[in-house]
Design a protein. Structure first.
Length: 268
């Protein structure tokens, strides 16, 4: 731990800005949750489960985007894969399950295709296909290295992953969906997602990933000359994935199973 502090500093490890965002979201939820409507012949998750799911999603947001894992992800591709699993296999379904329905539906109506999803529900196979395709593009060894050289391309890619991931999980977590329909939806994602991700997971295990980055260097470090602070030199950090593919595959299957089991006991 001391080595991480020396390398990155407490600010980078704790990510206080993200802590403030997470705290604000938790406080807003504590207020908005009182306006959740129950009954009216609709199946909803138990109130205690909704609250637990949302706060767990907030914790996953912090771990998925900041904190110690972000520092470790710079050194190990497997930790970065773990962060992706936390974001898209844990954070997204937990926030969906815990979010008040009136807030969730309001967001969906503003997204392209959201009204159609609200009207018909069911498994969203196109969203699943987009999600797996973007995840494969992000994590395939060669494209991973290319994307690290052009950081700006990663931002829209992650936005598409969040968007398609939300639509993919909605089919499993819609309150009006029967438990049997929810199980069928999860089974399709389980099978299709598993088959499509298998080549990526196999290619990741044992693959060599290289992260392109920059660090400050003085001329003293370079050639023994007097120190000049503004000089920077590119360097490469190599990492070999040992468990990344297994983590990715296991997280998808496990999160689907937990989602179905967690939604089974509902109240009318």
């Amino acid at each position: 731990m001391n080595g991480l502090v020396d390398t990155y500093g407490w600010h980078a490890l704790l990510t206080p800005e993200l802590l403030v965002v997470a705290l604000a979201a938790a406080l807003l939820y504590a207020k908005a949750g009182h306006f959740e409507k129950y009954g009216n012949g609709e199946q909803v998750i138990l109130r205690s489960r909704k609250q637990a799911a949302f706060y767990a999603g907030i914790l996953c947001m912090y771990l998925g985007y900041g904190g110690v894992l972000s520092a470790l992800a710079r050194q190990s591709i497997d930790v970065y894969v773990l962060q992706l699993c936390i974001r898209y296999m844990c954070m997204v379904p937990l926030l969906i399950a815990g979010m008040p329905e009136w807030v969730r539906n309001g967001f969906l109506r503003k997204l392209p295709g959201g009204k159609k999803l609200l009207a018909f529900g069911g498994p969203n196979i196109p969203a699943l296909l987009v999600f797996v395709a973007m995840l494969t593009l992000l994590m395939w060894p060669q494209s991973y290295q290319d994307l690290n050289r052009v950081e700006l391309l990663r931002f829209p890619l992650h936005l598409v992953l969040l968007y398609s991931g939300w639509f993919m999980w909605e089919g499993v977590l819609r309150p009006r969906t029967s438990w049997r329909q929810r199980g069928n939806c999860a089974a399709r994602i389980f099978v299709i997602g598993g088959v499509m991700l298998l080549p990526l997971c196999v290619s990741m295990n044992g693959a060599h990933y290289t992260i392109s980055s920059f660090r400050g260097a003085s001329e003293t470090q370079l050639c023994g000359a007097p120190q000049v602070d503004w000089i920077t030199t590119p360097y490469l950090v190599g990492s070999t994935s040992v468990l990344g593919g297994i983590l990715l595959m296991g997280a998808l299957q496990l999160s689907l199973a937990i989602a179905v089991i967690g939604m089974r006991r509902c109240v009318a």
